[in-house]
Each structure stands twice: as C-alpha cells, then as structure tokens.
Design a protein around this ligand. Sequence first.
Ligand code: HEM
Length: 413
Amino acid sequence: MVSRPSVKNAPRLPVNVMSREFIENKFRYYRWMHEEAPVCQGGLSVMRVFFLAGYDDCANALNDPRLVRNRTTATGGGRFLFPLPKRLMPMLSSMITSDDPAHRRQRTLVSKAFTPKALGKLSERIETLTHELIDEAERHNTVDLLSAYSLPIPVTVIREMLGIDEADMPRFRAGLRALSEGFSGWTLLRTLLVDMPRTVDLVEELIERKRSVPGDDILTGLIQAEAAGDKLSHEELVSMSILLIIAGYETTVHLITNAVVTLLQHPEQFEALKADGTLLDAAVEEILRYAGPVHGTKPNYAMEDIEIRGVRIPKGAPVVPILGAANRDPAVFTNPEVFDIRRPPKKQLGFGHGPHHCLGAALARMETRIAIKTLIERCPNLRLAVPAGELKLQRLPLWHRYERLPVILHPEG
Ligand code: HEM
C-alpha cells in the first residue's frame, strides 16, 4: 500500500508582518520562507492568514477557482470580519474583491481606458509634466524627490484621466491620507469614521457633477455606459472610481521612488542604463522584481479545504500570495538578491497575476519609464542627500514604500 504524505499544519511566520522588524527585514524573512516554509501562517492585524512565497504557488493560487475574493462566497459570513458601516463599503470592496461574473463585467467596462491606444495619447503629456516638475525642483536643487516628482506624476495623470479638477485634489488627498499613514490606534478610528466616509462623499459629489456636465474622461464614460445598458450599479460606479484613484495615487509613486533608490544604490547598473537607453524597459521590469512597491495581493478565500505543498488550508481561510517573495524565488530567478537589469526576461509578479492582474500595469510602466528617462537626461549626476541607511520605509505590511527620498539634483551646482 502506498502511504500518502501526511497533510501538515502550516508553520508560523516567526514575526508579525505589521512590525518594523518585518518591514525593515522582509527580504530576509522571504528567504526563510523559501528555505523553510513556502506556505506559512501569520497574523495580519486581527486575521490569521496563510502566506505563499513560491513563484509557482503564488501564480497558481491567483488562477485557482477554489480561491475567491468575496469572503461571503467562501465563508457564508459577512464581507468583512467585523460588521462595518455601509457607507464604507465603496472604499473597502470593489472589483478587486469581487469574483466573476461581477468582476469581469466591471473590468471589461473600465479596461477600454487602459488600452495601448488610449495610453499612447498620454505619453507626450507625461513627458511634458516630468520636465515641468524638474524645472520646479531645480529651483531648490536639494529636494524630496518623492513629493516633488514621483508623487505628482501619477496623481496628475489619474486626476486628468478621471476628469477631477485640480482644485478638488487637496480634499481628495486629505481623504486618502489615511491609506498611506497606516492603520493603527487612533489613525484607524479617524480613517474609518472621518476620512473614508469623506472620500465616498467627494466621489459621489464628483459623479453628480459629471452627470450634469459630462466631460471627455473615464468617469463620464463609465456613467454613460451605466446609463446605456444598466451595467454598473451606482455602488459599483463609486467603488470603481475610488479603486482607480487609490491605485493611481498609491502605487506608481513608489515604483518611481524605488527605481531611483535602487539605481542610486547600484551605480554600475545606473551607468549602464545611462549609456544605453534601450535597457530602460528591462530596467523597469527588474526594478518591479527587485523592489516593486506591492508585496501582497488582497486575500483569497478558500471555497473548500485545499492543500498546497502538503499544507492544509481550511475552507474559509484567507490566502495571501506574497508577490515580493515570489519575485525572489531562487527556483525561478538565478541569484534573486542581485539587481541586474540585463537579467534574462522572465515575467515578474509585481503586478499580480490571473484575473485581477493589474489593470494599470501598462500605464504604470509608461509613467515610470518616462520619469526615469527624464531624470537621467536632466539630472545625470543625481545623488542621495542622506546616507542610504537613513531612508525610512513606511510602516505598512506587504508594501515596499519609502517615506521620503531626499536627493541633490546637481551635486556640482
Ligand atoms: C490590481 C500592482 C498601478 C489599477 C493590481 C494588483 C497588483 C497591482 C499587484 C493585483 C492585486 C490583487 O490581486 O489583489 C500595481 C503596481 C502599480 C500599479 C505595482 C504601480 C507601479 C496601477 C495604476 C492603476 C492600477 C496606475 C490605474 C490607474 C489597478 C486595478 C486593479 C489593480 C483597477 C484591480 C484589477 C482587478 O481586480 O481586476 N495592481 N498597480 N494599478 N491595479 Fe494596479
């Protein structure tokens, strides 16, 4: 009789992913996972989560129909662990936490805005914007590149794509601030009770305005599609708008920042890129692999008991593929801890995988490519204004985001 290897319980991750210890040393813990526990359990705030580290395990999980985004489908319980005010739903649930057919219907509607043809028109605008921002930054020479350059590029682009007036941005920024400041203690309360409802109000106000004065923008397109074919409910429209604002606001800023940090920390690679512009696309992919800003997906809930690498994951449990770990899987990337823009091409998972693969990936790549190209052209001798060890990461689990990036644009000047 052939004995079946016994199904084991997942080992515990020996650190809290919310802690500074994890955030500062995450790559060391990822290595531990690859060596010791490619499927492990850890606590993410109040929830016990199964983490996946292996490249194939992450990619397979993101395509596995037994793992769903809508918690209610898998558990029969509420959408969230705790009942939350209805007003917050559009902030917390959207197509990224939905499954087909609702997910596909919504994604199809919005994806028109992200086709290569639609994006092609934006490249000139992004290029102009990057030059304007450098003009402004050069007035100071020593600047926080994150707030002076990396942030305004994607924020302006998504604002213009959605048709939001510049004058409304400070109010949006206040509403979204909480998302980048973390969720703990009083911040969490303020986020839930003040900032999130305020952001929902703002988006509803914006939608009303677009209904009466349509523009040439994504939001108007979504409203009209809704009117024509009853395709997006009002709630879906609000949550889609918020998802796009958050995605546009929270991610690319950190890819541009991480790109600059990584290149400055690897001067020989930076020189190679400066000498040969054709390496730019490969450099952006390698930065996404080596220092992408998003390290985990939304939770995927098990519809039934499942087994991954001999570990039992019970029905209803949340599973989070750690993209940042998958991108350093030694079984897939030779010397994964080496940053090498000439690495043979292999799809990195920094934009996720499967049905929820990042809708804005082409836009984010284009913004980052142009941002780096302009920076190289305009500030070829750029350097950090503080020792690299003083750069501080934001205290957000499963993200890789710096708080600031002080640089000197022209050290000689
Ligand atoms: C989904 C990463 C920029 C829109 C995702 C996912 C990842 C990701 C990992 C999958 C999450 C999951 O499976 O739970 C990134 C990174 C970006 C970036 C690293 C920048 C460097 C953008 C931009 C937009 C965008 C600029 C649009 C303006 C979206 C949307 C989804 C998504 C709408 C949900 C797709 C769905 O559920 O079908 N992104 N993203 N992203 N991203 Fe991005």
